[in-house]
Design a protein around this ligand. Sequence first.
Ligand SMILES: Cc1cc2nc3c(=O)[nH]c(=O)nc-3n(C[C@H](O)[C@H](O)[C@H](O)COP(=O)(O)O)c2cc1C
Length: 232
Amino acid sequence: MDDKPTNLPRTQPNGEPLKPITDVMLDRRATQHFLPDEVPEKYLNAILELASEAPSGYNLQPWRFVVVRGEENRKKLQSVAFKQPKIAEAPVVVIAVGMKEEWRRTADEVFREGARRGAGSIEKWEQYRDGAFQFLDGMQQMPVWVNRHTMIAFTAMMLAAEAYGFDTAPMEGFDAEGVKREFGIPEEGEVVALLAIGRAEGEEKPHPGRFELSRVVFAERFGEAWESNDER
Ligand SMILES: Cc1cc2nc3c(=O)[nH]c(=O)nc-3n(C[C@H](O)[C@H](O)[C@H](O)COP(=O)(O)O)c2cc1C
């Protein structure tokens, strides 16, 4: 397994500094239309590397990403994704897949490697692995488990792309069976989401509004008012 990457670009392609995380999170919009401009390979790789740094339960990393750049392939993807125009427009569309069974075959490697690197006890890695199997075998809904983890890596990918100055569009509008068939995704693969990456064409749509914190955040117990007190 790889070490943490050390040679990722530290600026946007135009030489400007990376966007600060607050700007990324406030200014990101789900882009409606894309220009055909390519995402340079160096940046695409960096975006994928950063996504792969996402955390996952037991570090099992059940996500897999199919990077679709070929024009014919993007059209094929578009045909199984409700003909969404951005899929054919954007230079890159990533299919995020969660693997429901593969972790059984990779768990030994993950736990042994973690222990070897000092992230766990070398004597106890098998015990840890057995605990993980017990936990995951008790999991009733593997689609939920793979979605949980794959969406963290997917979100990291989206935010990394935005930090490098690219625009993105997350998508759930697709026929999962069609995507699996057209792109050779194994039976156990759960197609979680699509991410278009590129440059927006024209103005981004306006901020569509968000619920106030008082509607989505509770204090201590569900339903109890969250009263923010910036003075605290
Ligand atoms: C997981 C996910 C799936 C989405 N699927 C689609 C989609 O298939 N098509 C689409 O046009 N927008 C899709 N969107 C974009 C949302 O409509 C958009 O994020 C939302 O309206 C908020 O707008 P904003 O992202 O610009 O803040 C999706 C967003 C997310 C997070």
